[in-house]
Design a protein around this ligand. Sequence first.
Ligand SMILES: Nc1ncnc2c1ncn2[C@@H]1O[C@H](COP(=O)(O)OP(=O)(O)OP(=O)(O)O)[C@@H](O)[C@H]1O
Ligand SMILES: [Mg+2]
Length: 387
Amino acid sequence: DITAQHIEQTEREQESALLADILSHIPHSVFWKDKNSVYRGCNERFLRDANLKSRSQVIGKNDFEMPWGKTDAENYRLYDAKLIASGKSELNIEETQSRADGSVAHVITSKVPLRNRKGEITGILGIYMDISELREAQMQLEDQQRRMGAASKMAALGVLAAGIAHEINNPLAIISATCSYLEEASAQGTLGRPELENGLAVVDKTVNRIAKIVRGLKAFTRNQSKEQMRETPLAKILDESFELCAERMRACDIQFIRPELPEAEMLFCRESEISQVLINLLNNSVDAIASLDEKWIKVGLAVEEGFSVLTITDSGPGIPEAVRAKIFEPFFTTKDVGKGTGLGLSISLGLIASHGGTFSYNSASPHTEFVLALPRAKKEPQKERAA
Ligand SMILES: Nc1ncnc2c1ncn2[C@@H]1O[C@H](COP(=O)(O)OP(=O)(O)OP(=O)(O)O)[C@@H](O)[C@H]1O
Ligand SMILES: [Mg+2]
């Protein structure tokens, strides 16, 4: 009997030594509290986070007596209370932990109830993981992506700049000539009311033309980090994007075919981003077909449940399979150094994904074709279904 007792005790000792070993070696911080959120124990890592030397400095304390700030402490106790009241675990809570050295760590915490043999809750077991570095890396990545997006947008605009200058210069020349004519006619006393009205109508129409281009430029260059998602007519986005590329297409003698867009077709989007995607696609198509015999770019629209599906097709024969596999990768380009950065499609993919849409290459088409599914503004599909 004594031997049996002895064996049992040794086993128990081994087991608790193993547990202690696990607690001190797992790469997580572990603590436990009683029902009143008073600390009853912790592992070494937790001590380190609290900048304390021994467990005796933790045991018996509540969160307000620990080195973290009042807000953190209140937050921790809120989850403790919730868990004690419901008896349910609180998993993957994202919270902060202000440390003694002034730094603020981001942690993911899970708390489970501790129970006695009768099943009554006696306390809380908590375990958390420090995700500060991960978060920092994530933020840096997002920041870099934003910068890349902005750089690529400016590069796309650079390609179009000469065309846009031309687009503005032409109407300016028309306005200037009309004014000269009116001035001369007036000086010679031959300016009748019909001539004046005609002249003014020409100026008005031409000014509108410039205004349209400037509007497109403004929509395109809007600071997208501040731009909110809002209902925007698809026709407006397509018009303004096309306006910016129009002269480049004309210079290459490319025919642009677009559908009559229903005015009510509304997207829920950040306009400058959708415009950036369309301009990337149009620029790519111009690059691809400029030297072909048959030169056209066609936009098509299909309306599906919740989505406006745009197809952008050019007269090119499609992208060879080996190239196709890589076109959405950042920095993949088949263009000369200084001509393409290889960012257009990868950034476009990110922008469309952030809208909850999809963006893909259609390899079933005999011509080069990209398909964009963009979320429609909510109320429209219902209206149509009722009609
Ligand atoms: N319409 C198209 N026809 C043929 N090839 C295309 C077409 N669109 C894209 N590609 C191919 O995909 C590659 C990647 O396109 P992407 O827009 O990402 O970069 P890029 O146009 O080379 O450079 P950037 O857009 O950064 O100036 C292109 O280099 C080209 O090989
Ligand atoms: Mg491109």
